[in-house]
Write a protein that binds this ligand. Structure first.
Ligand code: TYD
Length: 208
């Protein structure tokens, strides 16, 4: 008999610190003896990691929002089939850095209102929501400065600038109200340890 796993996601704007928090949570739960799979989107499976470089590198206008929805959803489907679903079926805790809520925001809001299209394709090809989503809320200017400070090659969305980050922040907070049953919002404008303590509290409750 396997118990059903737990599917946790982290969301937030670029530079919100969610990737570090996802890592800290994974370490914490492993220390408590949980079997944890820490993964990310776009990516998390071999095929999806290949799609990741297509969507995150290059000019901001490389893809239309519609094409991006297809690419992110293709990556997500592969990730779900090969990584997430097998782990949940084996009773593991899956912690995913971004999931479908990022597509609802970035592709659904960044260049006009395509939320309906995102949701339609999600229903058709993914059809699964996380059990719990932690939104790390962060001041857009601070977030963008942090993200830009990394000097990486995956900067397509950072290159859309501060306007996009502000829109994404407001959008995520609205989304948290829309899916209030699974969203928990944490103030990310604090030191990492304080944020991590809040994350641990929330997840510990969910695991009970
Ligand atoms: P991520 O690796 O989380 O970047 P960071 O660590 O800087 O927060 O995400 C990379 C980018 O991918 C981010 O700018 C948001 C974008 N993205 C989408 O536009 N749509 C999606 O569905 C996902 C999962 C990510």
């Amino acid at each position: 008999m396997t118990r059903p796993g737990l599917f946790l996601t982290f969301e937030g704007i670029d530079g919100s610190g969610k990737s570090s928090q996802a890592r800290l949570l994974a370490d914490h739960l492993r220390n408590l003896g949980h079997d944890v799979v820490l993964t990310r989107e776009p990516g998390g499976s071999a095929g999806a990691e290949e799609i990741r470089s297509l969507v995150l590198e290059g000019d901001p206008d490389r893809w239309s929002a519609e094409t991006e929805i297809l690419l992110f959803t293709a990556a997500r489907r592969d990730h779900l089939e090969r990584t997430i679903e097998p782990a949940l079926a084996a009773g593991k805790v899956v912690i995913c850095d971004r999931f479908a809520d990022s597509t609802r925001m970035y592709q659904g809001l960044s260049r006009g209102d395509l939320r309906g299209l995102v949701d339609q394709l999600h229903r058709l090809m993914i059809g699964r929501e996380p059990d719990l989503t932690v939104l790390i809320d962060m001041d857009p200017e601070t977030g963008l400065a942090r993200a830009k400070g990394r000097q990486g090659t995956e900067e397509r969305f950072e290159d859309f600038g501060l306007d996009l980050q502000q829109k994404m922040r407001a959008g995520f907070l609205t989304l948290a109200d829309e899916f209030a049953d699974r969203f928990r919002v944490i103030d990310g404008n604090r030191d990492m340890d304080s944020v991590a303590r809040d994350v641990t509290d929330i997840v510990t409750q969910a695991l009970r």
